[in-house]
Design a binder for this molecule. Structure first.
Ligand code: NAP
Ligand code: SF4
Length: 687
């Protein structure tokens, strides 16, 4: 390839750090997968990072390891505080180096975010996201924390790491010292900003002194706190200068404290939404004559976006975390000029962050092998079999591709004109456009694996029996549940399919029956004016969530200014309690807040008595009291789904080996994570 034809020239440009050269500008950001929290997971962690090193990432950062017990994320969480522990890390660093990669260990002290009774903080102020009140550190206690950071960095070096990242953002201990919100000390560690920033500067200075000059030291600096009394811009710049002078090699960008009420990485956040913050910091440092490389972060999920961020001079490197869970070969595919083959992270959080916050091992919705590399191994088939897969939704697509890649002959049938199944609903929801990327990925994967695709083809039992297949996988999905409400046949009653797929006209006042994932999606669709999806317009998204330029407003937050809703919507469920309780752990609050901003009325504990031309008549509670007519022009049914599996019996009766996968197997609480995982596993297991 000639230099001119190198794809993504900025992204793939090596970076000379003086004592070592990174092969490209991709830094794999730290992610807590749960593999850190137990020595039994170390072989899996080694395989996880080795696969990503093989995929060509320039530099990787591990999930957070506490430097001492006080810094644990939760009881017995990953910690590096002894030579014994360092020896165990050798398995990881050796595996990465054998693939030619580089890896840094993240030192994470959670401070008052620690989910355990030994947590500490600058002041005795409980965080809104932990039930534990921290102990206030004495001056000697602070010195002990600094020594713990230094010891951890030395042990990381002993363990073979190429560097460390000091976690100074996201509202963890170091951030807690910086902000007056959490630091109300009157000694040398509180009060003036100079005092409040002493902790990070001391840590960086003493770590650098201990590890020597030829060890990568990344400092993750909160550039926009997104809390009302977070750091001011001059404070953030002063800190950046001070840690650079104290010996940091690279500055990474931290966006928002965990307790911030602004989404920072969810799918509805526009791509590259925060790159300009790093750009402003980079300019300030360059103006001061400091050339330290800066890393831009958050919602950079394609090589195109990454290249643009770098070409625009926003940063010297880009941090990709979840995108490398989704596709360990991201860099290699980009370098080979095959971006369309990348399995793009859709920022759903469903299998990564949601798992981490539920203390489960993380993985990835679109890549079930992530953090399961030693378990889900794709081997060539022993014998080529003829397999029919019916249904090209997430389960069927995952199964068909995996089977064909293993060497089986696969026919994939779908009655629709396009692949995607339920993903074709999701991608039409404002703020969920990323779901289209998964269909692009599967589309090209089907083609390169040689799956024979039969669209617009309703596979009948007769067709499948005549096909003489060795195996049939029914991924026929789901059909809307009939809620059997009197009056539901009236013309102003629509199903979610009518609204999202058929785009049938909907009135100005709407009642949505059912507040599961689809009820919430439909409500979002109905209140958003056409062409005004939150991911499409950065300035509108910022206004909607109250995000400001941190160089102008302390903490980068202002009161939200949401646009007027396109319609008046009432969202209902029969259960009592908060609506949307079953939504994602880390994204449910965003969906709820988005609808509240659009003045959606949410009512639980109702009985649907009847639908009339005037609207929906409901009563409340078990005794069916307080009858109420919810006046509306349209009622939309989102009452869940039931499996669609009419082919099962005739096929089994004809002696055809048949399995159900995805929604056809289990519609209750069906989601794409389970569907793709099940489709992949059954395809890996077929002999
Ligand atoms: P769902 O999450 O199971 O919700 C079904 C809703 O219908 C519930 O609110 C339920 O609440 C109501 N319902 C159930 N039976 C009813 C009946 N007979 N009459 C009236 N209402 C009834 O199903 P979904 O919304 O169709 O979503 C399907 C799956 O897709 C979900 O499991 C979800 O994981 C996934 N999904 C997730 C998201 C997301 O996380 N953002 C978005 C879309 C889809 P009551 O029983 O209390 O009335
Ligand atoms: Fe991205 Fe969703 Fe996978 Fe997490 S689970 S890495 S957010 S696609």
């Amino acid at each position: 390839m000639t230099p001119q034809s190198v794809p993504y020239p900025h992204l793939l440009n090596p970076l000379d750090l003086g004592f070592t050269t990174l092969p490209n500008r991709v830094l794999m950001g730290s992610m807590h997968t749960g593999l850190e929290d137990g020595r039994k997971h170390f072989p899996a962690m080694a395989a996880f990072f080795a696969e990503r090193a093989r995929g060509g990432v320039g530099l990787m950062v591990t999930g957070g390891f506490a430097p001492n017990i006080a810094g644990w994320t939760k009881p017995f969480a990953g910690m590096l505080a002894s030579s014994g522990a360092a020896r165990r890390h050798r398995e990881v660093t050796d595996a990465v180096h054998a693939e030619g990669g580089r890896i840094a260990l993240q030192i994470l002290h959670t401070g008052r975010y620690g989910y355990h009774p030994f947590c500490v903080a600058p002041s005795r102020i409980q965080s809104p996201i932990s039930p534990f009140t921290p102990r206030e550190l004495s001056a000697r206690g602070i010195e002990r924390q600094i020594r713990a950071f230094v010891r951890c960095a030395l042990l990381a070096r002993e363990a073979g790491y190429d560097g460390v990242e000091i976690m100074g953002s996201e509202g963890y201990l170091i951030n807690q010292f910086l902000a007056t919100h959490t630091n109300q000390r009157r000694d040398d560690w509180g009060g003036s900003y100079e005092n409040r920033m002493r902790l990070p500067v001391e840590i960086v200075r003493r770590v650098r002194e201990a590890v020597g000059p030829d060890f990568i030291l990344i400092y993750r600096l909160s550039m926009i706190d997104l809390i009302p009394d977070g750091s001011s811009w001059p404070e953030a710049v002063a800190l950046a200068k001070a840690v650079t002078q104290a010996g940091a090699t690279i500055l990474n960008t931290g966006i928002g404290w965990h307790e911030a009420r602004v989404p920072t990485i969810a799918t509805s956040v526009p791509r590259g939404a925060f790159a300009s913050v790093t750009q402003t910091m980079r300019r300030a440092l360059r103006d001061a004559g400091l050339t330290i490389p800066l890393v831009a972060s958050n919602r950079i999920n394609t090589p195109e976006v990454a290249e643009q961020v770098l070409a625009d001079g926003c940063a010297d490197l880009v941090s990709l975390a979840r995108p490398l869970l989704a596709d360990p070969e991201f860099v290699r595919k980009a370098a080979a000029g095959r971006p369309q083959a990348i399995n793009t992270c859709i920022a759903c959080n469903q299998a990564c962050l949601d798992h981490a916050f539920k203390a489960q091992l993380a993985t990835c919705l679109v890549n079930p092998r992530a953090a399961r590399e030693t378990v889900l191994v794709q081997r060539p088939a022993r014998q080529r079999r003829r397999v029919a897969v019916v249904g090209a939704g997430p389960a069927g697509l995952a199964a068909a591709c995996t089977l064909a890649e293993r060497g089986h002959a696969v026919d994939l049938f779908d009655s629709a004109a396009e692949i995607g199944g339920q993903f074709n609903l999701a991608r039409r929801v404002p703020g969920k456009e990323e779901f289209s990327e998964t269909l692009r990925y599967f589309g090209q994967r089907l083609q390169s694996a040689g799956v024979v695709l039969h669209l617009n083809t309703r596979a009948t039992a007769g067709l499948l029996v005549a096909g003489d297949y060795d195996r049939v996988l029914l991924a026929t999905g789901v059909t809307p549940r009939d809620p059997k409400i009197p009056g539901q046949d009236l013309p102003h009653v629509l199903s979610y399919l009518d609204v999202l797929l058929q785009r049938k006209p909907v009135g100005d006042k709407v009642a949505v029956i059912g507040a599961g994932g689809i009820g919430f999606d439909v409500a979002e669709f109905l209140v958003t004016p056409p062409g005004a999806s939150p991911t499409m317009h950065l300035s509108e998204w910022r206004a909607e969530w109250g995000v400001a330029d941190p160089a102008e407003v302390r903490g980068g937050v202002v009161p939200p200014r949401p646009a007027a809703p396109a319609r008046q919507v009432v969202l209902l469920q029969r259960k009592t309690g908060k609506l949307g309780k079953g939504l994602g752990k880390t994204t449910g609050w965003i969906h709820r807040a988005a609808l509240q901003m659009k003045q959606v009325e949410m009512i639980g504990g109702v009985n649907y008595e009847r639908i009339t031309p005037q609207g929906l008549f409901v009563t409340h509670g078990e005794k069916r009291l307080d009858g109420q007519l919810i006046e509306c022009d349209t009622v939309v049914l989102c009452a869940g789904q039931v499996p669609l599996r009419e082919l099962l019996e005739p096929l089994r009766a004809s002696g055809v080996a048949t399995d159900l996968i995805g929604g056809a197997d289990e519609a209750n609480e069906l989601d794409a994570k389970r569907a793709i995982d099940q489709g992949t596993r059954i395809a890996l297991a077929l002999e």
